[in-house]
Design a protein around this ligand. Structure first.
Ligand code: C5P
Length: 400
């Protein structure tokens, strides 16, 4: 059974019929060793009584930031918790959390909590599918909160479809898994390329692309959290990172990224190539700023080195090589082509067709295609959670 021994879990309950399952969830959390404190919206108390939950959690249940003359400190509760889980999460509370409408203890605590936050929505199927709810859902995910996906099946309305709150046992599993992810990359060396490259035309102009470096940075942060030593080769990006176990190598051009990657790769266990490397660069780089003279200016471009393919050739048996593909058409076929050509162990595909995926977003929706012909599709998540999924996959491969 999943263990949450000594973990401090703050459970927030909002007003859906699925709240009746929170008695079971509380019981399971306590049984798995967690300390549980509960807050509820007023609507939630119509579906399950605070007395029931106070008895099961062995702690007082709070509903209001202030009740009469006393003040319930939402900051203190948010700081106490190792993890906050909102279950069930209704459309109204989701909208309030997504937009900081702070009219309840639940939203006040949510906004001031510093711990990881999980949420398990519960709604009728059409409500769940409504663009307003889906937009709020995406906002919550983009803030780094973790979605516990809805189930599909019979709903309280009598309809059947997506929208059921995840079962209590599933919720406990998800939370326990979060804590189990300890230092599983301790002693490992991870190389990450990230960001765009800029190819100089003259001293002031360049050819570049819209990559922000966010996905690569999220990977570097998660690898560091898991205990890895990370070498991050970062193209020109506004982002920055510092950590005692991080070697940050800042580069501008594909050539510089290539040189740094080749230098560091032999010592690595894992290399993740998340950079959007410019395929071509100007053949000549003018030493002075090019003057506006003729009507047309023709730039001759030459191919840049393919960093991924080169590392793929020099890859040793114990090394894992992971690539990215950002495609606009024939996504899976193109990704598989790159996987083979560059000798990747697996490739992470994101499509520009998926809203919220790709350049500059805080969220991403990925599919992982591997050299043993397996395909895993993931939901839209924060880049932080996507990074964690990619490293989970890498660890699975290393343990094969
Ligand atoms: O640009 P392309 O779609 O071929 O990128 C696929 C993968 O190859 C990505 O992981 C990217 O970081 C890597 N790549 C590279 N060097 C290049 C081009 C792409 O490492 N010159």
């Amino acid at each position: 059974m999943a263990t949450l021994k000594d973990k401090k879990i703050l459970l927030a309950v909002t007003g859906s019929i699925a709240a009746y399952k929170i008695a079971t969830l509380t019981r399971l959390l306590v049984k798995s060793g967690a300390q549980v404190r509960i807050i509820m919206t007023e609507a939630a108390t119509k579906f399950i009584t605070p007395l029931t939950l106070a008895t099961l959690s062995k702690n007082e249940v709070h509903q209001e930031v202030s009740s009469g003359a006393s003040w319930n400190n939402h900051v203190e509760l948010g700081l106490w918790a190792d993890l906050m889980v909102v279950a069930p999460l209704t459309a109204t509370s989701m909208a309030k959390m997504a937009n900081a409408i702070c009219d309840s203890m639940v939203v006040a605590v949510y906004l001031s909590a510093r711990c990881p936050i999980f949420f398990a929505p519960a709604m009728d199927l059409d409500m769940w599918a409504h663009p307003a709810n889906q937009a709020n859902l995406k906002k919550l995910i983009s803030y780094g909160n973790h979605l516990i996906p809805v189930g599909i099946g019979e709903l309280a309305s009598g309809l059947s479809g997506a929208g059921r709150m995840a079962e209590p046992a599933q919720i406990v599993e998800v939370l326990a898994h979060h804590f189990q992810k300890g230092k599983d990359l301790q002693g490992k060396k991870v190389l990450i390329t990230a960001g765009p490259t800029f190819e100089a035309i003259d001293p002031v102009r360049f050819i570049g692309n819209r990559s922000s470096g966010k996905m690569g940075l999220a990977l570097a942060k998660d690898a560091l959290r898991r205990g890895a030593e990370v070498c991050l080769i970062l193209g020109p990006s506004r982002l920055d990172l510092s950590h005692p176990a991080l070697n940050l190598v800042k580069v501008e051009s594909a050539d510089q990224m290539y040189a740094a990657a080749k230098q560091h790769f032999p010592a690595m266990d894992i290399a993740i190539l998340a950079a959007a490397v410019s395929d071509y660069r100007p053949k000549e780089q003018a030493l002075e700023k090019i003057k506006k003279k003729s009507e047309n200016l023709i730039l001759e471009l030459v191919k840049n080195p393919d960093i991924a393919a080169s590392l793929g050739q020099q890859k040793q048996k114990h090394q894992l090589l992971i690539g990215f593909a950002l495609e606009t058409n024939n996504e899976e076929a193109n990704a598989i082509g790159k996987l083979k050509k560059k000798n990747f162990d697996f490739i992470v595909l994101n499509s520009l067709k998926d809203p919220g995926a790709g350049f500059n977003h805080d969220t991403n929706q990925i599919t992982i295609l591997s050299k043993d012909n397996k395909i895993k599709k993931f939901e839209l998540k924060s880049k932080k959670s996507v990074a964690s999924d990619i490293l989970d996959e890498a660890i699975e491969w290393m343990n094969k």
